[in-house]
Ligand binder design. Structure first.
Ligand code: TYC
Length: 106
C-alpha cells in the first residue's frame, strides 16, 4: 500500500485527543467564620499569608462573616495545606479560633 505524504501535512485523524501534559489537581483554601476573631485580625492574616490587598481581604472576610465560609484561593495541594496551617496558626498564637481548611476542587 502506498500513500503520498506532503511534508507538514497531518495524515492522522483530526479527532482532538486529550493533551499529554496533565495539570495537577487544585485545592481550595476555605476561611470559616467564628464569633470571636476580630475582623481586623482576619484581614491582617489574609494580607500576610495570601498576599491580598486591603480591599480584597476585607471583601473575603465579610463574605465569610456573613455566609459562614468563603473560598479564598486555589493552589496545588501542598501550598494550600501549608498556607491554611500557617494562617490557622497565626490565630491560635493569639488565642483565636480562626480556622482555614482545604478541599479538593472537582
Ligand atoms: N465573625 C467575626 C466577628 O464578628 C469576624 C470574622 C470574620 C471571623 C470572618 C472569622 O472567617 C472569619 N468578630
Amino acid at each position: 500500500m502506498s500513500q503520498t505524504v506532503t511534508p507538514g501535512t497531518k495524515t492522522k485523524s483530526k479527532t482532538k485527543t486529550a493533551p499529554k501534559t496533565q495539570r495537577p489537581p487544585l485545592w481550595k483554601v476555605i476561611l470559616l467564620n467564628d464569633d470571636f476573631t476580630p475582623r481586623e485580625f482576619v484581614v491582617l492574616v489574609l494580607k500576610a499569608v495570601f498576599r491580598m490587598n486591603e480591599s480584597h481581604a476585607n471583601a473575603v472576610m465579610m463574605t465569610a462573616h456573613q455566609k459562614g465560609a468563603c473560598v479564598i484561593a486555589v493552589y496545588t495541594r501542598d501550598v494550600a495545606e501549608t498556607k491554611a496551617k500557617e494562617a490557622t496558626e497565626m490565630g491560635k498564637a493569639k488565642g483565636y479560633p480562626l480556622f482555614f481548611t482545604t478541599e479538593k476542587e472537582e
